[in-house]
Design a protein around this ligand. Structure first.
Ligand code: DAH
Length: 338
């Protein structure tokens, strides 16, 4: 005949197995394992048993307690996973998810990054300056006197306090020289502003890469070599580069840079892409005056500078007919460069 403890175990397991919910299971747990539960009562009875019976009954009691505890754990786990499945069933997995669209760089940014990468290989470091400038950095220091037409308030945007939106990135030449002595080898990519009538080739905001190289014995040959290398890296080895005499107040001599390349959609046409020249001694003198030293002694140091029009370059390279497309945020346009 089964020991009463075995009977107890079978009853308990049956009851646990058939518990319909967590509450029924808890009732069963209290009934068997609780402080005054049946299994616990047997523990009390052990004390009154004859010595020789203790090991056998004790062992059996342990087995029963373990079996009941394990059964309760298993049943509780079943209830928990039933609950989880129930919650998951309420989720409609046929609903479309939130799509994650992969972005891409703006064509102008792509153009800037390609250009910067080429100049970096030539050893140019990145320099920076503010878009909101004062007249001194934008004009005076760049040998552009007050009566110069570029100062016309029709030419750029003036703030009530007299500051302005820089009309070119050449301001960064001055800021760089103010903060460090020669030699200097920097490029400064950034936005520039003009109050132009907006049309297919003019925008109130456009982008330039300024370049400045100051060292001993820098000549037009260095300027030409650097810009030719740049243009060929950008547009291909068969790119022809031409330098035409021009006038900028801050360079002497001044040169406009033209390119002709099969990579450019305009084919065999010369296209103006940059202004450049040998830094005017008056620019060095203005910097010296602001620095309060003679760090940029024009007798010792020479330099070349250039300003590349990035929007124009990107338009030619990607065959974009209208500069306004860059800022219209039209995904049909932008996706073509993704
Ligand atoms: N700042 C000129 C412009 O915006 C471009 C330029 C010409 C920059 C000659 C230079 C330079 O550094 O040397 O039209």
């Amino acid at each position: 005949m089964a020991h009463p403890l075995e009977q107890l175990r079978d009853d308990a397991l049956r009851e646990i197995e058939s518990a319909r919910d967590e509450q029924a299971l808890e009732t069963a747990r209290v009934k068997y394992l609780g402080r005054s539960g049946t299994v616990s009562a047997w523990g009390e009875q052990m004390k009154t048993l004859a010595k020789e019976k203790k090991p056998v009954v004790g062992k059996l009691l342990n087995e029963v307690r373990n079996a009941v505890t394990a059964a309760i754990d298993i049943r509780a786990q079943q209830f928990r996973s039933q609950k989880e499945t129930g919650a998951l069933d309420k989720i409609d997995i046929s609903l479309p998810g939130t799509p994650h669209e992969l972005g891409a760089l703006h064509p102008l940014t792509q153009m800037l990054e390609r250009s910067i990468e080429i100049f970096r290989r030539m050893g140019f470091a990145l320099a920076d300056g503010p878009d909101v400038e004062d007249e001194w950095h934008c004009f005076d220091a760049l040998n552009t006197p007050p009566e110069h037409p570029a100062r016309n308030e029709q030419d750029t945007f003036y703030l009530p306090d007299g500051r302005l939106l820089r009309t070119h990135t050449s301001t960064v030449q001055i800021r760089t020289m103010q903060s460090a002595p020669p030699p200097i080898r920097v490029i400064a990519p950034g936005a520039a502003y003009r109050r132009d009538e907006v049309d297919a080739t003019h925008s109130a905001q456009f982008h330039q890469i300024e370049g400045l190289y100051v060292d001993e014995n820098v000549s037009v040959a260095d300027l030409k070599g650097s810009l030719e290398f740049f243009m060929r890296e950008l547009f291909g080895a068969d790119t022809a580069v031409q330098f035409r005499p021009h006038y900028f107040p801050f360079t002497e001599p001044s040169l406009e840079v033209y390119v002709k390349s099969k990579a450019l959609k305009k084919g065999e046409q010369w296209i103006e892409v940059a202004g450049s020249g040998i830094v005017h001694p008056a620019v060095f003198e203005a910097v010296n005056k602001a620095r309060g030293d003679k760090a940029y002694d024009p007798e010792k140091w020479t330099g070349f500078a250039f300003g590349l029009g990035m929007d124009r370059l990107a338009m030619i390279l990607f065959d974009i007919p209208d500069i306004r497309f860059f800022a219209q945020n039209d995904l049909r346009f932008l996706r073509q460069f993704a």
